[in-house]
Ligand binder design. Structure first.
Ligand SMILES: O=C(C[C@H]1NCCC[C@H]1O)Cn1cnc2c(c1=O)CCCC2
Ligand SMILES: [Mg+2]
Length: 508
């Protein structure tokens, strides 16, 4: 049988892995575990994101670069104090052919250590600032945990932006501008709502000054997921890599530059699949769908004469041309030997937003029958209105998909000021927003206190204890009700005063 066999509500991870493969987005690279082949359906989405993002960062003066993919242990050493936590994930090249390399080189897991020695060389005076570079590359992190297509891979594509400024204010301004673009990718292209906020000290990028983030929510398991991060690095890296300029205010003095780094990866595609997909397969937001409408001939039977069939198909090719001219990314499925029903399933599995059926009865009435992939709603469109009604329908689908996901996230983001309600809320697939002292040790304790009892044996016989909750972000948009100097941190064992409301949840 074709179609998805796993049910999204029964076995979410099996459903996900089946969908991304049967929708021809990825192949598992079975030669080496943890790697995946990105197929055209994925690359279309990634390139749409890339075009949208590049247009906007170029307008902001960011230029493109491409640095080598290897870094030396010497330059890694400069980051030693925070990189040792990541060391287990580094992949090393130790040989070339039969010969051992004098000095092994590491495959970039991110590019600060590759790029910043050159930032140090290029940035001499404040006139060299701001320096703003971005690269679209893949990076390697030898994950120990189970890998999942798009969400956790040992090699993934991303963009990494690295900028340098003369002041903290300029850096701080850009951090938020980039974060807003990340939110735009999610909300305007992928129809995925995100919460904007700041990472706590415990969850931020250890090498940085502060981290801002967009956080997503996966309704199927109630987990939070980090969507993309925009870090202010402060002067930490300019001190490690000696990136300084003359202080224009007083001669002879040096200023360490203020830097940002920001990254968004193909993880965004996995988030979109998990949120919008259903038991028939992928459901694509029209703005990122390679094929937005699929024309399928119906009602042509053995009784249809060859002439009538040809006439009918000729008319469908005219409809195809009309829709393409109107800017609708349309395909036609005239494959012989497959029933319309089979074709409907196939294109539903691939997530095509609109199906357009056209049979002799439709032709007689000069209409086309449509079916929406997201809601299943059906109807007819007069042929002379196709070029306005189909684009409108696609925009309606885009908005409806976003609104539905936004409502679901909003309803599962609960403000809690009574500790006893926290675990029940998590078990009901919510993320919680609670008054927090923001102290790392307190977060660690909260993680232990919220680990659920071991869940019943899973399908793979594993007793998977439901994990404790992590801090996801300190939302920029704070709920009412926290009285500074009075409201306590919600952790019953803490006793400190609360600093802010903080969003917590079980997470990826
Ligand atoms: O990558 C970053 C910081 C930064 N890198 C550039 C893009 C934005 C932002 O992610 C943090 N980070 C995460 N993970 C790892 C490393 C690491 O530096 C280095 C070693 C391997 C694992
Ligand atoms: Mg990691």
């Amino acid at each position: 049988i074709i179609g998805i066999t796993a049910k999204k509500g029964d076995n979410f991870s099996a459903w996900y892995q089946e969908v991304v493969q049967k929708a021809e987005m990825v192949e598992y690279y079975t030669e080496i575990s943890g790697f995946f082949v990105m197929r055209p359906n994925t690359m279309y989405i990634w390139n749409t994101i890339r075009k949208w993002f590049n247009e906007r960062i170029e307008a902001a003066g960011v230029e493109e670069c491409n640095f080598p993919m290897f870094l030396s242990s010497a330059s890694l050493q400069k980051e030693k104090d925070h990189v040792e936590g990541f060391a287990p994930e580094l992949a090393w090249v130790t040989k070339a052919g039969e010969k051992d390399l004098e000095v092994p080189v590491a495959v970039r897991p991110t590019s600060e250590a590759v790029m910043y020695p050159y930032y140090s060389k290029w940035i001499r005076s404040h006139r060299d600032l701001p320096l703003k570079l971005n690269q679209w590359v893949s990076v390697v992190r030898w994950e120990a945990k189970q890998t999942v297509p798009f969400l956790r891979a040992r090699e993934f594509m991303w963009q990494e932006g690295h900028t340098a400024f003369v002041s903290e204010e300029q850096a701080g301004k850009e951090v938020l501008e980039i974060l807003e673009l990340y939110a735009g990718i999610y909300e305007q292209l992928l129809a995925v709502p995100v919460v904007r906020g700041k990472k706590t000290e415990a969850e931020k990028f250890a090498g940085g000054y502060y981290t801002t983030t967009v956080e997503g929510y996966i309704p199927s398991n109630g987990r939070g997921i980090q969507g993309a991060t925009s870090h202010c690095l402060g002067q930490n890296f300019s001190k490690m890599f000696d990136i300084t300029v003359e202080d224009p205010a007083n001669k002879g003095q040096k200023i360490h530059v203020w830097q940002n780094s920001w990254g968004l990866s193909t993880r965004v595609i996995g988030v979109m699949v998990m949120i919008h997909g259903d038991d028939k397969g992928l459901v694509l937001p029209p703005r990122i769908a390679k094929t937005q409408a699929i024309l399928i001939p119906v009602g042509l039977t053995a009784k249809t004469t060859p002439e009538d069939k040809e006439k009918h198909l000729d008319r469908m090719y005219e409809l195809l041309a009309t829709l393409k001219k109107a800017g609708v990314r349309t395909e036609i499925d005239t494959r012989e030997g497959y029933t319309p029903a089979w074709k409907f399933n196939d294109w539903e599995m691939k997530g095509v937003p609109v199906r357009l059926e056209f049979g002799p009865k439709d032709a007689a009435k000069d209409v086309v029958s449509f079916a929406r992939r997201d809601t299943g709603e059906k109807g007819t469109i007069p042929i002379e209105e196709l070029t306005t009604k189909v684009p409108e329908l696609l925009e309606t689908i885009q908005q409806d998909m976003y609104n539905k996901a936004e409502k679901t996230f909003r309803e599962h983001r609960v403000k809690i000021t009574n500790w006893d309600e926290v675990v029940p809320a998590l078990d009901a697939k919510n993320v919680v927003i609670i008054p927090s002292c923001l102290v790392p040790a307190c977060e660690d304790r909260i993680k232990e206190l919220t680990r659920g009892e071991d869940l019943p044996e899973g399908p793979d016989g594993l007793k998977v204890p439901s994990m404790g909750m992590k801090s996801l972000c300190i939302p920029f948009e704070q709920p009412e009700g926290l009285v500074k100097g009075e409201t306590k941190c919600l952790n019953p064992e803490c006793g400190r005063l609360a600093e802010s409301f903080c969003m917590f949840g079980r997470s990826y």
